[in-house]
Design a protein around this ligand. Structure first.
Ligand code: ATP
Length: 283
């Protein structure tokens, strides 16, 4: 049997003023061995305006990574729709991938390649014209020069995080999806990365969606926050609005209120099951 390459679908014209990220009723169910399913993301809808920085908060297993994976198109949604920069990801993902990127501590770069080799390979994959120059530029900006010739697998967790961020910035993305961008970084380096992201956004007007467990980071970087629990968005708003609504001084306290469902308002449901999973019957 011969395999023919899929015929590229013509991309319809997109509205340059559309939201950077538009998610409608996005759902992901993973089948479980017993014939049931884990609903990791449950009919989630949200928008991120162009140039906005939105934080995705939630306890372990709330559905943040699964949501980001579906935005990237590496996980197929069970149902629902994702649009990035006005492009329907299910139909025309190829048309927008070059304008976005991501970094995640859960995705390792090939271990045996040096940092320089890894960044160079990704630079070519992204179709950059001056790969060497861009790698040097990012190595300087992210203080990676000392690691460039070391195998990526031998780096510390914090060093890997910085290399992963460099990889994510190679194509100077308009939409940047970051899963725990400062995980494993010492406070000084984490602060430095946050400042870098602030500057990057100011310089390029990029849109950033950032999953984080660090509430200070979210307060500092984000102009909007989505709080997930058991696959659903249980509250959202600007950090200052959330503080006012919950009568709290810090986002950490708001997060704890929502996570432990100590509040009556704000969308948190006292009667939900333990944090982590919603198990549905098989369809
Ligand atoms: N491939 C998979 N197969 C089955 N269940 C999965 C799979 N990936 C994720 N899940 C489940 O989906 C739910 C959401 O997981 P996800 O990794 O999206 O959460 P998270 O909010 O990113 O958590 P954390 O903060 O711990 O990284 C969890 O219950 C998880 O066990």
């Amino acid at each position: 049997m011969t395999h023919r390459p899929p015929i590229a679908q013509p991309v319809p014209p997109t509205d340059p003023h559309s939201d950077a990220i538009r998610v409608d009723a996005l759902t992901k169910r993973f089948p479980t061995p017993g014939g049931g399913a884990v609903t990791a993301v449950d009919a989630v809808s949200f928008r991120v305006a162009r140039g906005g920085v939105t934080g995705l908060l939630g306890g372990n297993g709330a559905g943040k990574t699964t949501t980001i994976s579906m935005l990237l198109g590496v996980l197929l949604p069970t149902s629902g729709r994702v649009e990035i920069l006005g492009v329907d990801m299910a139909r025309h993902r190829h048309a927008v991938l070059a304008r976005m990127n991501f970094s995640s501590p859960y995705v390792e770069l090939p271990h045996r390649l040096t940092v320089q080799e890894n960044l160079t390979v990704y630079g070519h994959l992204y179709g950059l014209t001056c790969v060497k120059k861009r790698v040097q530029e990012l190595a300087e900006q992210l203080d990676l020069a000392r690691f460039l010739n070391r195998p990526s697998g031998g780096l510390s967790a914090g060093q890997k995080t910085r290399v992963a961020l460099a990889k994510a910035l190679l194509n100077e993305p308009e939409v940047l999806l970051l899963d725990e961008p400062t995980a494993s970084l010492d406070p000084d380096t984490a602060d430095w990365i946050r400042r870098y992201l602030e500057e990057y956004r100011a310089r390029t007007g990029a849109t950033i969606l950032l999953a984080s467990h660090n509430m200070l980071e979210v307060e500092r970087l984000c102009d909007d926050v989505l709080v997930m629990r058991q696959g659903r968005i249980v509250d959202h708003g600007a950090p200052l609005d959330l503080l006012a609504r919950y009568g709290r001084a810090t986002l950490e306290e708001v997060f704890l209120d929502i996570a432990r469902a100590r509040v009556d308002g704000g969308g948190a449901d006292k009667n939900e099951m333990a944090q982590g999973e919603t198990v549905d019957a098989a369809e």
